[in-house]
Ligand binder design. Structure first.
Ligand SMILES: NC(=O)c1ccc[n+]([C@@H]2O[C@H](COP(=O)([O-])OP(=O)(O)OC[C@H]3O[C@@H](n4cnc5c(N)ncnc54)[C@H](OP(=O)(O)O)[C@@H]3O)[C@@H](O)[C@H]2O)c1
Length: 270
């Protein structure tokens, strides 16, 4: 596994997302998520991203990582409106995640960020939060995000960035590099669509020397071979895919011509 700086942390270049996949309550389903987390440990994946908004995901992550807290960096998000509601949701995240310290606390999709950032900044000052961040799904939010980056109010941003969605490339990623802001990449597989909705099978032959054996690995390698990315955080409900996805980190130094090849295969096959 390749580790990269996210603030003072060394995070795995492939992390784990929990949207949809960790919103489970059934014991058998929770047991599968336990295997997913076990496979993160086996694959040296040390970053888990979740959110208050993801149904039961924080609770499931909290139950599974309670005795493994020192093995993972935990990122979560607040998403509500108003100071009191924000503070209550943030307090609940600490409870559900069964921890007194959250490594990265983000404002989800910038919702009511003017209210929540001061709360998170206070918690950072109190040592309960390691880093403050924001997530945003649409380029309309990028000017505000970049202002916050320049003002050094955020340590990390979470944005979509993948082979066919390169809106962060023009300004956000260069600024992150200049300022040393952490970058988490959401939806590296476009919610799985880029793997499931292929019209033709991509030819992986030229990528095999880089340890890329599946199309999902190619897509992830494309993302993390941009060195401005701290971690791509694909999610899965299948334990074996954790290892498959983590192995994409072997291609973290993929040269640009191979990135271009993956992009042209994506354009041909999607
Ligand atoms: N606004 C925000 O802040 C925001 C928005 C979106 C996402 N996020 C974060 O980013 C994370 C990732 O985004 P995402 O979950 O939407 O999408 P994603 O990671 O791009 O795609 C996840 C989907 O891809 C499939 N998949 C994973 N590995 C695979 C593989 N090796 N081969 C084939 N299919 C594979 C999974 O299906 P299976 O379960 O069948 O494996 C899952 O449905 C989220 O979990 C969340 O933590 C944040």
């Amino acid at each position: 596994m390749e580790y990269r700086k996210l603030g003072s942390l060394d995070v795995s270049a492939i992390g784990l997302g929990t949207l949809r996949t960790f919103d489970v309550t059934d014991d058998d389903e929770i047991a599968v998520r336990r295997r997913i987390v076990d496979n993160c440990l086996k694959s040296d994946v040390n970053l888990i991203d979740t959110a208050a908004w993801y149904g039961h995901a924080e609770q499931v992550v909290g139950e599974i990582t309670e005795d493994l807290r020192d093995q993972f960096y935990i990122a979560t998000k607040v998403r509500t409106e108003g100071k009191a509601a924000g503070e209550a949701q943030i307090a609940r995240s600490f409870e559900l995640l069964k921890t007194g310290y959250i490594d990265l606390f983000q404002v989800h999709n910038m919702i009511d960020w003017q209210t929540h950032l001061p709360t998170l900044e206070r918690l950072k000052g109190e040592g309960k939060v390691g880093m403050v961040g924001v997530s945003a799904m649409v380029p309309d939010a990028y000017p505000t995000i970049m202002d916050l980056m320049r003002q050094r109010r955020v340590d990390a941003v979470q944005i979509p960035y993948n082979v066919l969605n390169r809106s962060a490339e023009d300004e956000v990623l260069p600024l992150a590099e200049e300022l040393g802001t952490g970058v988490l990449v959401m939806e590296p597989l476009q919610k799985g669509r880029y793997v499931l909705e292929l019209k033709q099978q991509p030819d992986l032959t030229p990528l095999r020397d880089y340890g890329i054996n599946t199309w999902a690995q190619a897509l992830l390698a494309w993302v993390i071979s941009d060195r401005r990315v701290s971690s791509a955080i694909p999610t899965t409900s299948r334990p074996e895919r954790v290892q498959e996805n983590a192995q994409a980190a072997a291609a973290a130094e993929l040269p640009q011509p191979f990135r271009d090849y993956i992009r042209s295969e994506a354009e041909r096959c999607l």
